[in-house]
Structure formats: structure tokens, C-alpha cells
Design a protein around this ligand. Structure first.
Ligand code: HEC
Ligand code: HEC
Ligand code: HEC
Ligand code: HEC
Ligand code: HEC
Ligand code: HEC
Length: 465
């Protein structure tokens, strides 16, 4: 061993030795002891305080598989005399420890952090240079822990209002339109089960500002997904404060097994969902993309139009059977996923409820019929008309999509399942309030024969890839 490395070794031994002799927790406990002595009102309490043994405090939680030494510093959590003390000596606020006794729950089950560590940096693990998987949770998100063991219904009324509000937002902002949870949901984003216990290394921190923790990642990602993941296709429509609520909810989605004796959850998420009505299901699965369903939207993120599925002209022209088929099969090669049970996971019953909701304001009178059998078809003529009248919006091959307004006319569900009469009526009558105007005699003045030809041509488009 060279002289230099020998010296470094010696210095290292001295340093670590020094740290062992005056560990941080001792400093806090000594200060706590002094505080107790100073504040003692009588001799007996003073004597008791003086005899306090300064030693590592540890709570061993076998069924939770944890050892929490947090009380080595936070030694006053149960002492009412410390109600107004500095944060590290303070009596714990609220009834949290009364309802969740120290020796049964510890601290990390609610706060995260590294239970075994006895110095601040490692125990809290929140600095840029510590790489502990689960850094201490900012207090504003701590309610996420409650949902490991309690129902949202109970939490809403009993000190869990933040996490309950987050759960409501999750249900109503259409998150499951793109994310599976408990086996049901869209596929544009990843399944969210377990996301709340993903270790820090899972999150790309490149664009995260301030503290680089999973907590900041989620919050900033909800504030604007594309600030954190530039190519993201995530859609989110929330107000300022709501990113904190959603972060709290997202952090409830942990994969840790909570032992039965700790759990106070009686209803499974699936049975909660089974009780939802059509409107609630629409919000959960469709609203993020289709919004109110009243307007057709050219979406800058998807680079295609999202159609107005509650438009009266649309509802008038389409029957339930075909509408249901579209929902079940989705539209391949677009963001519209197949919702049936063996794809996104919606049961027949749920799809029916959504269908009823979408069609609840369908106008009483049906579209005027279009009897195609009265006409002969001329595909060549149809092609010419398509090029002049339709191509600019639906694309040369009917594919819809980037920088044009029209939706896809070539996906299998339209080509195989659409009734030609539905297509002809759509072209003749258009969809008021969307870019798809009426091309028939009441609109741009195409003859019915022209429309028949165009539809015949449109029906050949799938082979033109
Ligand atoms: C070495 C001593 C020490 C240990 C060990 C320790 N803490 Fe702390 N803790 C502190 C101090 C000092 C503060 C106040 C200053 C700060 O936040 O850094 C604090 C603050 C906190 C806060 C309040 C944070 C806030 O945002 O106001 C929480 C919650 C907390 N600790 C929980 C824990 C938990 C849980 C553990 C065990 C995993 C733990 N601490 C272990 C010293 C410690
Ligand atoms: C049942 C969940 C739960 C457990 C267990 C728990 N805490 Fe807390 N703790 C909370 C919540 C919730 C808050 C935030 C209270 C608020 O903001 O009103 C909090 C707040 C705190 C604070 C900030 C100061 C205060 O009192 O508001 C500290 C420090 C803290 N906890 C430390 C601990 C330590 C140390 C333990 C273990 C002895 C522990 N907690 C156990 C839920 C818990
Ligand atoms: C690890 C599971 C677990 C976590 C985490 C947890 N609790 Fe509890 N909680 C329990 C259990 C178990 C009881 C019943 C205590 C007992 O009977 O010993 C309880 C009791 C309560 C009670 C008393 C009323 C009742 O239903 O018995 C309230 C209120 C409460 N918890 C709220 C919360 C809040 C708020 C949080 C988050 C800050 C939280 N709990 C975190 C398991 C948990
Ligand atoms: C239009 C589809 C869409 C909607 C709606 C949507 N997301 Fe996403 N989400 C994505 C995509 C795509 C990603 C991957 C790119 C990224 O990280 O932004 C993603 C990423 C995420 C991630 C990170 C997941 C991981 O494993 O990295 C979380 C958490 C998340 N979304 C939560 C939500 C929540 C909560 C909502 C509802 C408020 C929501 N998303 C709504 C598409 C969506
Ligand atoms: C991730 C975004 C997204 C979600 C979530 C979504 N859709 Fe769609 N939907 C689209 C897009 C994009 C199209 C147009 C595709 C095309 O160009 O063919 C579409 C098309 C449709 C159509 C065809 C309308 C027409 O004019 O023929 C119906 C019906 C529909 N969606 C219903 C639903 C229902 C019901 C849900 C919820 C269960 C839902 N969608 C969820 C993006 C979405
Ligand atoms: C100005 C742009 C534009 C033009 C031109 C246009 N469309 Fe459309 N078309 C749309 C839009 C946008 C939609 C979706 C409307 C909605 O429901 O929100 C649509 C919807 C359709 C649909 C319904 C598809 C479905 O799955 O529900 C058919 C069929 C259709 N167009 C055919 C045509 C034909 C044929 C022409 C030419 C005669 C044409 N369109 C011209 C923009 C256009």
C-alpha cells in the first residue's frame, strides 16, 4: 500500500469513527433531553427527564416488513408537552398516532423514507445526491398512504379529503381512456397499477425542476406532460391545484401487499365500477378525448380529428348496432382503442350503459332514408368526385389524419361494418356543427347519383393502401 492511500485510509477511519461517536440522532436526543429538563414544572419530572436514556429508538414491524428508527430523532411524537416544539421534537399533530399506534404502524407506512437510517440525509432521502428509492413524502401528499388501508368513502369524511378529491378527479378526467387500472382501460399509456411504488430510478428526471423525486415528477408531469416527456401523447384538462390532488391519488397505486389485519377496505375497485352509470363511465373512459361529445376537435397532439359522437346529425344517421360495433372494435391505426372485454376490458353491460348515455338526446325523427338500390354505381365517377370534394379532408387514400380535418374512412370497422346507407346519408346530410358539411341537395348540391358513386368509391378505399 502506498503512503498516500494509507493516509487516505487513516483519514477515512478517523472520520467514520468520529461519526459513530457523535451520530446526528444523539444530538437531537440530547437537545430533546435538555428541553424536557428546562420545561419540567416539578422536581419529579425533572429527575425523570435527567434519567432519560439516550439510545437508538427502533420500531420493529414484522408483518409490514419494516424497521423504523425515525423516533431516534423524532423522539417527542407522543409527548403532549411537545405540542408546540420545533418540528423534529414535536408531538405528532392530529389523532394519527392515536388511531395508528406507534408500535403497530411505525412511521414509514405513511411517510415513506428510509426507516433504518439514523442520519437525516439518508432517513429522509430527499436530496439530489441520495438515491433512496422512496424519499420522504412531502406532507401535502401523505394522504396517499391512507388509501393503502382505507376506503375513499371513509377518507372523504375523515381526514382523507385530499386523496378522496384526487380519486374523484381520476374518475372524472378520463384517465382510464388511455391507462389500464385493475385490468380495464385504454392502451395509449401504460397500465398504472404499481406506479405509486415505482422506485426513483424508474422516472426520467432530465426535465424535472427542483427536488428530483417521484413526487415532483408526477406533479410537474400533470402540470404539463410535454414539459417532462416531450413526445408525450397524454391529454389532461385540469386547473392549477388539481395536479397536487392527482399526484396524491397516483401515489396510492402501490404494489405493496398490506397484511389483512391492517386493511380496512371492503369493496373491490371492480365492484365499485360495476355500480357506475353511463355518465360516470363516459367520464372515466371517453371524456379525455371526446370531451362533451358535442364538437368535433382537430387535436394537435394526435394530429387528427376526434369526431363529435353526440352530434344530433350523427345520432340520427347511425343505429345502435353499428355504434356499438365501433365502440367494441375501436378504429385501428388511430387512438380510438377497441373497448370490448377482451381488449380494453369493458363488459357488454358497461358498453351498453355508455351507449345509452351517448344516445340519450338522439332526435326523435330518423334521417330521411337513402335507398341505394334505386341507383347504379359508377366507381370511376365516384373517384373523380372524391378527389375534388373529399380528398382535402379525408386524404388521398381516405386515411384521415395528419394536418387534415377528416376522420379515417378506411379502417376495418367502417369498411366492413358500416351500412352503405349510413355513409350515403352522412355525405348527403353532413354533420351540422362539424367540418363535415351536407353535400346533398340541401347543402352543396350534389345529386343523389353522385353520392352513390362517391360512396361506392369510398368502399373500395381499403384496398388502396
Ligand atoms: C437524524 C434525525 C432524523 C431522522 C432519523 C428522521 N428525521 Fe424527520 N426530521 C428531522 C428534522 C431535523 C426535521 C425538520 C427539518 C427538516 O425537515 O429537514 C425533520 C422533519 C420531518 C418531517 C416534516 C417534513 C416537512 O415537510 O415539514 C417529517 C414528515 C419527518 N421528518 C418524518 C421522518 C420519518 C418518517 C423518518 C424516518 C424514516 C424521519 N423523519 C427520520 C430529523 C430526522
Ligand atoms: C397514519 C399515518 C401516519 C403515521 C403512522 C405517522 N404520520 Fe406523521 N403525519 C401524518 C399526516 C397525515 C401528517 C400531516 C398532518 C397535517 O398536515 O395536518 C403528518 C405530519 C407529520 C410531521 C409534520 C409535523 C406535524 O406534526 O404535522 C412529522 C414531523 C411527522 N408526521 C412525523 C412522523 C413520525 C416520526 C412518525 C412515526 C413515529 C409518523 N409521523 C407517523 C400521518 C402519519
Ligand atoms: C397500514 C394501514 C393503515 C394506514 C396506512 C392508515 N390507516 Fe387508518 N387505520 C388503520 C387501522 C387498522 C385502523 C384501526 C385501528 C385499530 O383498530 O387498531 C385505523 C384507524 C383509523 C381511523 C379511526 C377510525 C376508524 O375507522 O377506526 C381513522 C380516522 C383513520 N384510520 C384514518 C387514517 C388516515 C387519514 C390515514 C392516512 C393519513 C390512515 N388512516 C392511514 C389502518 C391504516
Ligand atoms: C390521451 C391519453 C391519455 C390520457 C387521457 C391520460 N394519459 Fe397518462 N399517459 C399517457 C401517455 C401516452 C403516457 C406516456 C408518456 C408520458 O409519460 O407522458 C402517460 C403517462 C402517464 C403516467 C406515467 C406513467 C409511467 O409509467 O411512466 C402517469 C402516472 C399518468 N400518465 C397518469 C395519468 C392520469 C392520472 C390521467 C388522468 C388525469 C392520465 N394519465 C390521462 C396518455 C394519457
Ligand atoms: C385516446 C382518445 C380516445 C378515447 C379515450 C376514446 N376515443 Fe373514440 N375516437 C377517438 C378518435 C381519434 C376517433 C376518430 C378515429 C378515426 O379517425 O377514425 C374516435 C372515434 C370514435 C367514434 C366514431 C365516431 C364516428 O363519427 O363514426 C365513436 C363512436 C367513439 N370514438 C366512441 C368512443 C367511446 C364511447 C369512448 C369511451 C368508451 C371513446 N370513443 C374513447 C379517440 C378516442
Ligand atoms: C372540410 C373537411 C371535410 C370534407 C371536405 C369532407 N369531410 Fe367527411 N368528415 C369530415 C369530418 C371532420 C368528419 C367527422 C365529423 C364529426 O363527426 O365530428 C367527417 C366525417 C365523414 C364521414 C363519417 C365517417 C364515420 O366513420 O362516421 C363520412 C362517411 C365522410 N365524412 C365522408 C366524406 C365524403 C365522401 C366527402 C366528400 C364528398 C367528405 N366526407 C368531405 C370532414 C370533411
Amino acid at each position: 500500500m502506498s503512503l498516500i492511500s494509507g493516509l487516505i485510509f487513516l483519514a477515512f477511519m478517523l472520520l467514520t469513527g468520529f461519526r459513530e461517536l457523535s451520530p446526528e440522532w444523539k444530538k437531537y436526543q440530547n437537545e430533546y433531553k435538555e428541553l424536557l429538563i428546562k420545561n419540567a414544572k416539578d422536581e419529579a419530572t425533572k429527575k425523570k427527564a435527567k434519567s432519560l436514556d439516550v439510545k437508538i429508538q427502533q420500531i420493529y414491524l414484522s408483518s409490514l416488513k419494516r424497521i423504523d428508527r425515525c423516533t431516534s430523532c423524532h423522539i417527542g411524537v407522543e409527548n403532549p408537552l411537545m405540542a408546540n416544539a420545533e418540528i423534529v421534537y414535536k408531538q405528532h399533530s392530529g389523532d394519527y398516532l392515536k388511531d395508528h399506534p406507534l408500535d403497530k404502524f411505525g412511521c414509514t407506512i405513511c411517510h415513506n423514507g428510509q426507516g433504518r437510517a439514523t442520519n437525516l440525509k439518508e432517513a429522509h432521502g430527499a436530496g439530489r445526491d441520495t438515491h433512496w428509492d422512496y424519499p420522504i413524502m412531502p406532507l401535502k401528499y401523505v394522504q396517499s398512504s391512507c388509501a393503502q388501508c382505507h376506503e375513499f368513502e371513509m377518507l372523504k369524511q375523515n381526514r382523507g379529503e385530499i386523496v378522496a378529491a384526487g380519486e374523484k378527479l381520476f374518475r372524472e378526467k378520463g384517465c382510464k381512456g388511455c391507462h389500464k387500472l385493475n385490468g380495464i382501460g385504454g392502451i395509449l399509456g401504460k397500465a398504472l397499477g404499481g406506479i405509486g411504488s415505482q422506485p426513483i430510478a424508474y422516472f426520467p428526471m432530465k426535465y424535472v425542476k427542483d427536488e428530483q423525486t417521484p413526487y415532483s415528477w408526477h406533479k410537474q408531469h400533470f402540470d404539463d406532460p410535454r414539459n417532462i416527456v416531450p413526445e408525450s401523447e397524454m391529454k389532461i384538462d385540469i386547473k392549477d391545484k388539481e395536479s397536487d390532488l392527482l399526484t396524491t391519488y397516483t401515489l396510492t397505486l402501490r404494489s405493496d401487499e398490506i397484511p389483512q389485519q391492517y386493511r380496512r377496505i371492503w369493496q373491490s375497485p371492480r365492484s365499485r365500477e360495476a355500480a357506475m352509470d353511463g355518465e360516470a363511465l363516459y367520464k372515466m373512459y371517453c371524456i379525455a378525448c371526446h370531451t362533451s361529445g358535442k364538437y368535433s376537435i382537430y387535436d394537435d397532439i394526435f394530429k387528427r380529428t376526434i369526431p363529435a359522437i353526440m352530434n344530433p346529425a350523427f345520432l340520427k344517421s347511425i343505429d345502435d348496432k353499428f355504434l356499438k360495433k365501433i365502440i367494441e372494435e375501436g378504429r385501428s391505426e388511430t387512438q380510438m382503442t377497441a373497448w370490448k372485454a377482451d381488449a380494453a376490458g369493458l363488459s357488454d353491460e358497461k358498453i351498453n350503459k355508455i351507449l345509452q348515455y351517448i344516445t340519450r338526446d338522439r332526435p326523435a325523427e330518423k334521417s330521411e332514408p337513402f335507398i341505394l338500390s334505386r341507383f347504379n354505381q359508377n366507381i370511376k365517377n365516384g373517384e373523380k368526385l372524391y378527389e375534388v370534394r373529399c380528398q382535402m379532408c379525408h386524404g388521398p387514400k381516405g386515411e384521415g389524419g395528419e394536418k387534415i380535418l377528416g376522420i379515417s374512412l378506411v379502417n376495418p370497422v367502417v369498411q366492413k361494418e358500416a351500412d352503405p346507407e349510413f355513409l350515403a346519408i352522412t355525405v348527403r346530410d353532413g354533420r351540422q356543427g362539424t367540418p363535415m358539411v351536407a353535400f346533398g341537395s340541401k347543402g352543396l348540391g350534389l345529386e343523389n347519383q353522385d353520392i352513390v358513386n362517391i360512396v361506392a368509391y369510398v368502399r373500395t378505399l381499403s384496398s388502396k393502401k
